[in-house]
Ligand binder design. Structure first.
Ligand code: ADP
Length: 256
């Protein structure tokens, strides 16, 4: 309302902003796509050379190993950038999966136990049975495994990592809790930004790309869900994915 019987209307043309935003998305997608082949080739040759160490002069072994490590890092970054670009540009398909959350959590836990076998963590799963959600199975698998793998990565050996799902009045939540290094409060709001890392050296040591939580945030947003982070330095962190009630669907009927 502006005056008596009058209205003030503000109009802003955001077409240019939208154009720039879509150029940015295309650019990141294209660059990542173009880089994939050359990196795969370099990586492949380095692997072959390292498989035949006896025919390589000894002084080249260390540099080759470092080149291989870095080319694998590049491969991971490009893979994650492509995933993000797909999440940003492609709408969630109409044909969605009926996801058995219990089975999903069991599977992710099994994979984490294998991948982090050497760290001797104890993974504890407490899942509410018979909860089914509508969504994209591979995207949600990747989101939950990113969170669980982070918990395992940023927790010193022999830690305890809890994976819990529970029904709430207004929805459903999946919680990943660790008793690892924790995160200082000032970093928490920025964690889901691309390439944001609390501790650069720790993250690159653990093979991180700095894109994992950005992927988690996008996947959850596409499913109408959100991420909450609680953490205390030196005590551990808790990442909670909250799904709204309308993402729940009925369990498949067992009647013949
Ligand atoms: P990265 O590939 O570096 O792990 P992410 O986007 O997955 O990237 O995470 C961003 C940063 O958040 C990490 O570099 C790390 O510093 C911090 N972080 C994520 N999960 C945890 C956790 N469970 N405990 C402590 N720090 C974490």
């Amino acid at each position: 309302l502006f005056g008596e019987g009058e209205r003030l209307m503000l109009v802003r043309d955001v077409s240019q902003m939208h154009r720039l935003e879509s150029m940015r998305k295309d650019f990141v997608g294209n660059v990542s796509h173009e880089l994939r082949t050359p990196i795969t080739v370099i990586n492949g040759y380095l692997e072959t050379l390292l498989d035949h160490k006896d025919s390589v002069a000894p002084r080249w072994i260390k540099p080759l190993e470092q080149m291989h490590q870095q080319s694998q890092r590049m491969e991971n970054i490009v893979r994650d950038l492509l995933t993000l670009s797909r999440l940003e540009t492609k709408a969630l398909s109409k044909e969605q999966d009926r996801i058995d959350t219990c089975a999903l959590l069991r599977e992710v836990k099994g994979e984490a136990e294998q991948v982090f076998n050497q760290k001797e963590h104890s993974f504890e799963l407490t899942a509410t049975p018979n909860v089914y959600i509508r969504g994209n199975l591979s995207e949600l698998y990747s989101a939950i495994s990113n969170l669980l793998f982070n918990a395992a990565k940023y927790t010193p050996n022999k830690g305890t990592i809890k994976l819990t799902s529970r029904m709430l009045e207004n929805g459903f939540e999946i919680e990943i809790e660790d008793n690892g290094v924790g995160i200082e409060e000032q970093h928490i709001p920025r964690l889901t930004e691309r390439f944001y890392r609390v501790d650069e050296s720790r993250s690159t040591d653990t093979g991180g790309t700095g894109l994992g939580l950005a992927i988690v945030k996008h996947v959850l947003a596409r499913h109408g869900a959100n991420l909450e982070v609680f953490s205390v330095v030196g005590k551990g962190s808790r990442f909670v994915c909250h799904f709204p009630i309308d993402s729940l669907i009925e369990a498949p009927s067992t009647k013949q």
